[in-house]
Ligand binder design. Structure first.
Ligand code: TXA
Ligand code: MG
Length: 322
C-alpha cells in the first residue's frame, strides 16, 4: 500500500470516511485513527499495530458535545472534568452507549473518550464527521511517535494516509481517568497532572495494584514504550559505568565525570524531560545504542508520568534479558 502524505485535514478525513486508516497529530502524540463506529476499519488498526485485542482504543471527538451520543449516565465528576479540561490531553473512561462497537472497546461496558486541543486536529476530526478511534501511531510496545516522521518509521506503507502537522507539544500521552465507577481513578498518568485533576475533583486518586488487575484497566498489563536498547533507571548520572561502548543518558542532571561516549539529553524541567523522552528513545535506536540510562525523578506533577513511562520501558528490558 502507498501511504499518502498531506497537510490538508479535509483530504486526510476523506480516507476515514471511506473506511481507511489515517495517522494524525494531537497535542500529546500522533494517533492512528479509523471511524470508531465501523468495526472492520477499527479491526485493521489492531492488525497493523499488532496490538493485543484486549487493549481498548480511545475515541476522539472534535467537540465535547459529541460525548453524549457515545455514553450513558455521565457522573457529576465526569461533567466537572469535561468542563475543566476538554479540549485537552485528558481521556475519560465512561459507560458506553450500545452503538459503539465491541472491537473499539475490547468488549468492555465502557468507552474512553478524548477531545484533543490543536485546531488542526479538531478540523480533521470535524471533517471526519464521525468519532475517530485512535491509539498511538506506533507498532505495539514501541515508543509513541511525537512527529509524523516517527510515524513513517513504524507505519509507512501499511496505512492510507498521514496528516502532517507539527511536533506534538506534550510528547507524552493523555492522562486516562476512569469515571465509570463510584470513585474516579487515574488509570494512566499523563500530560495532565494528578494535582491539577484534584483541584477540580479532590477525591481522585491513582489506581493501585489492586485496581490494575481489574478488567477495567486492561492496557496496563501490556509491555510498553520500549526502545531497542535496554533502559536502566539511575538516581545520579555519575552512576553510569565509566568504561564501555556508547550509551544514552536522559535526565535532569549533567553527568560530571563520565569520560565514555554518551548521547545525552539534559532537561531543564519535567515538561522538557517528558517532551523529549520518546524522541530520545527513538534517536538512541537510530544510533544503535544498546543501553539507555534514565534518571529517576520525583513523582510530582509530570514526574509521575515520566516515572510511569521509564519504569515500563525498563520493565520491558527486564523481560528481554536472558
Ligand atoms: O494521548 C493519547 O491518549 C494518545 C493520542 C493519540 O490520543 N492515544 C493513546 O492511545 O495513547 P493508546 O491506545 O496508546 O492508549 C490508550 C490507553 C490504554 O492504556 C488503554 O488500555 C486505555 O487507554 N483504555 C482505552 N479504553 C479504555 C477503557 N474502556 N477502559 C479502560 N482503559 C481504556
Ligand atoms: Mg500507545
Amino acid at each position: 500500500m502507498h501511504t499518502i502524505r498531506t497537510t490538508s485535514p479535509v483530504e486526510a478525513a476523506r480516507f476515514i470516511r471511506n473506511g481507511g486508516l489515517v495517522a494524525f497529530p494531537t497535542e500529546t502524540v500522533y494517533g492512528i485513527g479509523a471511524n470508531a463506529l465501523e468495526a472492520a476499519a477499527v479491526a485493521r488498526i489492531f492488525e497493523i499495530k499488532r496490538r493485543p485485542r484486549d487493549n481498548p482504543l480511545i475515541v476522539h471527538v472534535a467537540n465535547p458535545d459529541q460525548i453524549g451520543a457515545l455514553t450513558i449516565d455521565l457522573s457529576e465528576e465526569a461533567k466537572h472534568l469535561i468542563s475543566a479540561f476538554f479540549p485537552g490531553p485528558l481521556t475519560l473512561v465512561l459507560r458506553k452507549d450500545r452503538h459503539v462497537p465491541d472491537v473499539t472497546t475490547s468488549g468492555l461496558a465502557t468507552v474512553a473518550v478524548r477531545c484533543p486541543d490543536p485546531p488542526l486536529t479538531r478540523e480533521f476530526l470535524a471533517a471526519c464527521a464521525t468519532p475517530v478511534a485512535a491509539p498511538s501511531a506506533n507498532i505495539s510496545g514501541r515508543p509513541s511517535p511525537t512527529s509524523w516522521q516517527a510515524v513513517l518509521d513504524d507505519l509507512d506503507g501499511s496505512i492510507d494516509c498521514i496528516l502532517e502537522g507539527p511536533r506534538a507539544r506534550h510528547g507524552l500521552e493523555s492522562t486516562v481517568v476512569d469515571c465509570s465507577g463510584a470513585l474516579p481513578l487515574v488509570l494512566r498518568p499523563g500530560a495532565i497532572s494528578l494535582e491539577s485533576l484534584q483541584e477540580i475533583v479532590p477525591e481522585i486518586r491513582l489506581s493501585d495494584e489492586r485496581d490494575v488487575d481489574a478488567p477495567r484497566s486492561p492496557g496496563m498489563r501490556h509491555k510498553h514504550y520500549a526502545p531497542d536498547g535496554f533502559v536502566v533507571i539511575i538516581d545520579d548520572p555519575n552512576e553510569i559505568p565509566p568504561e564501555g561502548g556508547p550509551v544514552g543518558y536522559i535526565g535532569m542532571d549533567l553527568p560530571s565525570k563520565t569520560p565514555r561516549l554518551i548521547h545525552a539529553l539534559v532537561a531543564g524541567s519535567y515538561a522538557e524531560y517528558a517532551y523529549s523522552l520518546f524522541d530520545f528513545f527513538r534517536a538512541c535506536d537510530a544510533r544503535g545504542i544498546s543501553t539507555i540510562y534514565a534518571q529517576r525523578v520525583t513523582r510530582e506533577g509530570l514526574g509521575l508520568a515520566i516515572m510511569d513511562r521509564i519504569e515500563r520501558a525498563a520493565g520491558a528490558s527486564d523481560v528481554r534479558r536472558p
